[in-house]
Design a protein around this ligand. Structure first.
Ligand code: SF4
Length: 415
């Protein structure tokens, strides 16, 4: 008996595969992650890397299907406005299961099923109908076990949480996302470049590092913490129609509309303007620097190379700035033991200029320090939102009562 299991995400897969293996102890189970319905791509990668971790945990081989976004969009075209559990979802199931069926035949499976059956928000009858219809006459039997019943859903959440798997908070596609989340800004669909605090990119990095660390036999533990996040949506300073290279100081407030202002005072390396509390800080070389602590909201502050000093002092400035502040969640990953003699904190995020630790750097560091980490001389703490005053370090030190040693220049070991 060979069963091809279409997999949609790690939490569903973990429990479903465990139960499936209990029911079919002699079966050869193969996992297939085929989900081009997941948007954006970073979310897809996040669910994939967690599925890889779940399959590794269970010792199940996993294959990744194509991310054919266009094919999926084409398959549901005309049904974008449908509610969840409506016609678009039926087409989405057909699309994913049709490709899974082809793959089942490629690997010689004689049974097929899907972890979508585990998902509490999916209509079991729709999935069953789709799978049975597609498999009919193809020499493959579609299995549709109901592992949700008898507390299965609660057990699934419990198991997944105990192993610290990522839990998505929307089904997957952009059409469902707009309906499920009422937020006027769809943060899930925005990409900030690099790995900005609390972004999907930052969490994906943490999960990828965890996957690697566990694959070389290191134990890991994660915590999630809340903090006041600051996001830059857009910012620009112009003089005489020319845009100057600049960064925005974190926690700068937005400017309403367009601000035209004249320099009124220079104190040290800072030019103060006559309107809107606008400031320009002149620096020798344009680099973003991490905040050592959160000092609260500040006036709109741009950082500009000192070579533009004269131009700025002799002309009117035109500035636009849109930022967002709100409570967000980021993560901490401890690699090694909490009892280790020393805990070294490293940033998981990147600065506005893209500087930050690369995956390669961390991989090499883990290999180099493997014995000290296993021997509890050292543990590494990968810290999200480090660049915004390092609130994760404060959270960790209070939460577990251990001090974290941090690097003097945490973003200097850059790719
Ligand atoms: S809501 Fe979910 S099941 Fe429905 S179309 Fe979107 S991704 Fe597919």
């Amino acid at each position: 008996m060979k069963i091809l299991v279409h997999i949609c995400c790690a939490p569903d897969a973990l429990y479903f595969l465990k139960r499936l293996r209990e029911d079919h102890p002699k079966a050869h189970i193969v996992g297939f992650f085929y989900d081009p319905n997941i948007h954006p791509y970073e979310e897809y990668k996040l669910r994939l890397v967690e599925t890889e971790r779940a399959c590794k945990e269970l010792g199940i081989e996993l294959y990744e299907g194509e991310y054919d976004l266009e094919g999926w969009l084409h398959a549901v075209r005309g049904y974008e406005e449908e509610p969840e559990r409506g016609r678009r979802c039926a087409l989405c199931f057909d699309h994913r299961l049709q490709r899974s069926l082809e793959f089942a035949r490629e690997v010689g499976a004689n049974y097929m099923t899907t972890t979508l059956l585990m998902s509490p928000k999916k209509e079991m009858s729709m999935l069953k109908e789709s799978g049975q219809k597609l498999c009919e006459g193809k020499g493959i039997v579609f299995l549709s076990p109901d592992y949700r019943k008898g507390n299965g859903t609660q057990e699934m959440f419990k198991l997944s949480r105990s192993l610290e798997f990522y839990h998505q908070d929307y089904c997957g596609c952009l059409y469902g996302l707009f309906k499920q989340k009422k937020d006027p800004i769809q943060w899930d669909l925005l990409s900030f470049g690099g790995r900005r605090p609390a972004s999907k990119e930052e969490l994906l990095f943490i999960k990828e590092v965890r996957y690697f660390a566990e694959s070389i036999g290191l134990r890991c533990k994660e915590w999630e913490f809340s903090f006041l996040n600051w996001k830059l949506l857009q910012g620009k300073v112009e003089v005489g129609g020319k845009t100057l290279p600049s960064f925005v100081r974190p926690f700068s407030q937005s400017i309403r509309g367009v601000l035209k202002a004249d320099p009124s005072e220079v104190v040290g390396n800072t030019i103060y303007y006559n309107k809107g509390g606008l400031k320009v800080v002149l620096v020798d070389s344009l680099r973003d620097e991490p905040l050592s602590k959160i000092t609260g909201l500040c006036e709109p502050t741009f950082i500009v190379p000192v070579s533009y000093r004269d131009l700025l002092l002799e002309n009117r400035i035109v500035a636009t700035l849109q930022t967002h502040m709100g409570v967000d969640k980021s993560s901490l990953l401890l690699i090694g033991s909490l009892q280790a003699s020393e805990i070294l904190g490293l940033p998981a995020d990147t600065l506005q200029d893209g500087r930050g630790l690369s995956f390669e750097y961390l991989k090499n560091l883990l290999l180099e320090k493997l014995d000290s980490i296993k021997g509890e001389e050292l543990a590494l703490l990968l810290i999200g939102a480090y660049s915004l005053g390092n609130p994760g370090r404060t959270y960790f030190e209070e939460r577990v009562g251990r001090r974290v040693k941090t690097l003097h220049h945490p973003y200097s070991h850059t790719p």
